[in-house]
Design a protein around this ligand. Sequence first.
Ligand code: SF4
Length: 186
Amino acid sequence: MNAPYELPRQKVRVATTSLGGCFGCHMSFLDIDERILQLAELVDFDRSPITDIKHCGPCDIGIIEGGVCNAENVHVLREFRRNCKTLVALGACAINGGLPAQRNPLDVRACLDQVYGGQPGPAGGKVPNDPELPLLLEQVHPINEVVRVDYFVPGCPPSGDAIWKFLTDLITGRSPRIEHPLLRFD
Ligand code: SF4
């Protein structure tokens, strides 16, 4: 960490998830490299790709990668909002739908028919309709169209340094600030 900071009295509980994202933002998280050892002293992880916790419990910080593409995304996002004191949109997909939102001008049914119709494969040329599959939404939505969001961290993905700066500011009670050149929108 760059500046003097005040350590929290107890570990901060953090949950993360990927909705309609590519896991690139989570991979960028790992780019904080050896600083993850410092982070481990400051936080405990609730639901995240590195734990086997299926539902987000009460947390201080919830970090969301990806936009809202299907009914399950809505359910997971609302669960995070209910349980997390602070909710963070991490990356372009969570902030504005990102790449998955490129499908928004298209008709979902026509897309599915185009992809699966008449194609050999496990679905036998039909659009898969197992009840276990989450229903696709007509459009991909940024997460703030579904729940209130406290912070937005731009980038596709945000760099590991930007994520580190943001998180350590937040955890140690400073107002998060990501300045140029860490701040980027691509
Ligand atoms: Fe992947 Fe970029 Fe979306 Fe992050 S913002 S989930 S890196 S496409």
